[in-house]
Ligand binder design. Structure first.
Ligand code: GUN
Length: 436
């Protein structure tokens, strides 16, 4: 990596420079004081430690013109990936140190340098713990009642089988009784509907989930319609969807799990939705459509982009909150993003990676390495939205059980938020379409 302009330096000088760099990296987390002069010797160490994107961020953060020009030449020379970049690792370390508590408000956040990594794994674990307590209470107070969830899997799709296994495991861990229905790919639509009807009349089952997608010969909408509204664990039933959109209507009994998980993440990280420009990428029945309803019910100004939207980057640039659920690996690029944007990445895509044993790694719909240089908060993939989806399925199941006992639904969040969300059971004023 020697450069012709690099002067030969002694081992001691090298050591001193290394210490300087380590101090800059480790203590200041590479927020260079704006006047810091960077020499060509520093440049080589920077090249050894940082990827091009992070060097680019350093270029913007220094006011010294000589440093700027030295760093600019380093940007295109670095061969380091962002994964192994020291600055990135220090940023992650700093999040843990600074943001161990979940206090975050987009309006207060300055920051292109240190986005909050929204920890879905930790949040989902906290929710499951709360539900476990709730399940114990129900059992004690309602004659040993145990919330029950039936999970129906048709066929042998590996991804569906994995999701179903994870759902059943989560249910067992918190004391939900689960009923397992695994059916052959060739089952007819009528036979499948008969299986659902059996579950509809099983008093031990409070929630039913038919894992999607179903084989091509089966009409998904017809099967979903056969699930009793009171047992709709996914919140996909037309009445639940309708009630979610209505202002002043009855609250839905269950809310689609992935969008509910996204909202709960935003709420638990104190991210304000009211008045914000929210852009949703994708309009699926499972994520995009219900997501837009929920954001709107939280008083966000919502734009939905989809496969026919012209010039998606232009819409994304307006977003204060971006929900990406378009199913394309690293579709959203860093230069589409407004500085300070909050990103919730719903995508789970395989990306070829020869360094991995399995030959690929999981990435979201947003180019994470580019986005962390712009966002004020972001969900990682994996470990962001994924675990929340399962936690919200558990919450829906507990809520359906509560409904069967004449109890009200546990709300999405556990406390008042900016005075925006008011529990209609204690107040007549509400600014949301329904009580979240
Ligand atoms: N397949 C992918 N996501 C979901 C989901 O949330 N519910 C069901 N039933 N199937 C899915």
């Amino acid at each position: 990596m020697a450069d012709s302009t690099t002067t030969t330096i002694s081992a001691t000088t090298m050591y001193v420079h290394k210490v300087v760099i380590n101090i800059l990296v480790g203590v200041c987390f590479l927020s260079f004081p704006s006047g810091t002069a960077i020499s060509w010797q520093h440049r080589n160490m920077i090249l050894d430690n940082f990827c091009g994107n992070c060097i680019f961020a350093l270029v913007s953060s220094t006011s010294s013109s000589s440093s700027k020009s030295i760093l600019s030449t380093s940007k295109s020379t670095s061969t380091l990936s962002h994964q192994s970049c020291r600055r990135r690792r220090n940023i992650h370390f700093r999040h843990r140190v600074l943001f161990g508590s979940n206090n975050h408000n987009t309006e207060k956040s300055d920051n292109n340098d240190h986005p909050i990594i929204i920890d879905g794994k930790k949040t989902a674990a906290a929710i499951r713990k709360e539900l476990e307590e709730e399940i114990k209470n129900i059992r004690n107070e309602y004659d040993g009642t145990i919330p029950g969830l039936a999970v129906v899997l048709v066929g042998e799709r590996v991804d569906s089988a994995t999701y179903v296994r994870m759902k059943k495991k989560a249910a067992a861990e918190i004391g939900i009784h689960s009923v397992d229905v695994t059916l052959n790919t060739n089952i007819s639509e009528d036979e499948l509907i008969r299986e659902v009807e059996k579950l509809n009349s099983d008093p031990k089952v409070h929630g039913i989930l038919v894992q999607l997608p179903l084989p091509d010969h089966i009409n998904e909408a017809k099967v979903l319609k056969s699930i009793k509204y009171e047992k709709d664990a996914d919140g996909f039933d037309a009445t639940n969807i309708g009630n979610m959109w209505l202002r002043g209507g009855e609250p839905p009994l269950a809310i689609p799990c992935t969008p509910a998980g996204c909202i709960e993440l935003l709420q638990r990280y104190n991210i304000k939705i009211s008045g914000k420009e929210c852009v949703v990428l994708g309009r699926s029945n499972i994520v995009g459509m219900p997501m837009s309803a929920l954001l709107q019910s939280c008083n966000g100004t919502v734009t939905v982009c989809h496969s026919r939207t012209e010039n998606i980057p232009e819409f994304v640039r307006r977003a204060d909150i971006l929900i990406a659920a378009i199913g394309k690996a690293e579709f959203v690029k860093g230069d589409w993003l407004k500085p300070g944007v909050v990103i919730v990445d719903v995508g789970i895509n395989d990306k070829p990676d020869p360094t991995k044993k399995r030959g690929y790694r999981l990435v979201g719909d947003v180019d994470y390495d580019e986005a962390i240089l712009k966002a004020s908060a972001i969900t990682p993939v994996p470990g962001g939205v994924g675990p929340m989806t399962i936690a919200m399925l558990m919450k829906n199941t507990v809520n359906l059980c509560r409904h069967s006992l004449g109890l009200s639904r546990l709300r999405l969040r556990d406390r008042l938020h900016d005075g925006e969300y008011v529990n209609t059971t204690t107040s007549t004023t509400t600014t949301t379409a329904f009580t979240l």
